[in-house]
Design a binder for this molecule. Structure first.
Ligand code: NAP
Length: 295
């Protein structure tokens, strides 16, 4: 079996077209323009790229974008004050503080200070709590993107054995929670694996749907999956530079080996990555509609 390649680039394009249209209608009918503020502290090159991509996508879709790039020596108080200001700014419906923050800053304290109504990353405990009880205002972007890839690729989630490798608060735990809800696009039996899991392959071989967010190249090899599995590879690992100086990226799954057994698989790059930013745009649109009482 050679796997169907689930292209996040293509699915993201499709969703962005839908969003662009809805954003134009919102402006025409309600004179409402969704606004996103991004906050970047320091000069981490990967974070700069991510923030740049978010800004570019906002502009392409008709979302008002405001970028706050702060020096690495920014204090906790200064950052908290900026978040307070953005919380009160009526043009801004969503606030995204790019992680990771420099070590001297208490990340949790900053994220807790974002008004949950503007928390378009969905990381505030209020939003994670709502997600857990099945009544989310905002679904965190990467897990939401994973669910959309499964749904739009026609993967049967209802009743499936889903195995998630990784238990981070931004990927593993929320995607497990989303897929176990008694809802369309979910209702799966979910197992979460981590470094304390005794026999990882025992679990991964049982998976109808395998979601891997470990941050380790080749954490999953062909002998660890069953024939016909659907694989979502969330990992982004930089393993060197190409001759032209570009980062060489690989996922957590041995793509070449696993694709021979899988029914469908996401590539890296071009899989989950483009979906994450798209879901951020969707959450920003949702934040604007919530603020205006339209939903
Ligand atoms: P993280 O916070 O480092 O968590 C990694 C998780 O994987 C941990 O729970 C860890 O277990 C588990 N793990 C690591 N190695 C393992 C192994 N060999 N066997 C079993 N479990 C293992 O990472 P994250 O933030 O969730 O990100 C995971 C990957 O996804 C990274 O490569 C990241 O760059 C990528 N990512 C991509 C996107 C995107 O948009 N494409 C978004 C977010 C993240 P313990 O808890 O026991 O340590």
């Amino acid at each position: 079996m050679t796997a169907q390649i689930i292209s996040g680039t293509e699915v993201a394009k499709e969703i962005r077209e839908e969003l662009k249209q809805e954003i134009a209608e919102l402006k025409a009918k309600h004179n409402l323009v969704p606004g996103l503020a991004t906050v970047l502290v320091g000069e981490d090159p990967a974070s700069q790229v991510y923030v740049g991509q978010k800004e570019k996508t906002c502009i392409a879709l008709g979302i008002y974008s405001e970028r706050h790039d702060l020096p690495v020596k920014t204090t906790q108080q200064e950052l908290m004050a900026l978040v307070d200001k953005l919380n009160k700014d009526a043009r801004i419906h969503g606030i995204l503080v790019q992680l990771p923050l420099p070590k001297h800053i208490n990340e949790t304290e900053v994220l807790y200070n974002i008004n949950p109504k503007k928390d378009v990353d969905g990381f505030h405990p209020v939003n994670l709590g709502k997600l857990m009880i099945g009544e989310p205002d905002y679904i965190p972007c990467t897990p939401h993107g994973i669910q959309e890839l499964l749904v739009r690729s026609g993967t049967k989630i209802d009743g499936a054995e889903v195995v998630v490798v990784g238990r981070s608060n931004i990927v593993g735990k929320p995607i497990a929670n989303i897929l176990l809800q008694k809802k369309p696009g979910a209702n799966a039996t979910v197992t979460i694996c981590h470094t304390g899991t005794r026999d990882l392959a025992f679990h991964t071989r049982r998976a109808d749907i395998l979601i891997v967010a470990a941050g380790k190249p080749k954490a999953i090899t062909a002998d660890m999956v069953k024939e016909g599995v659907v694989v979502i590879d969330v990992g982004v690992n930089r393993i060197g530079k190409s001759e032209s100086g570009k980062d060489i990226l690989v996922g957590d799954v041995d793509f070449e080996g696993v694709k021979e057994k899988a029914k469908a698989i996401t590539p890296v790059p071009g899989g989950v990555g483009p979906m994450t930013i798209t879901m951020l745009m969707l959450n920003t649109l949702r934040a604007a509609k919530l603020a205006a009482g339209l939903i």
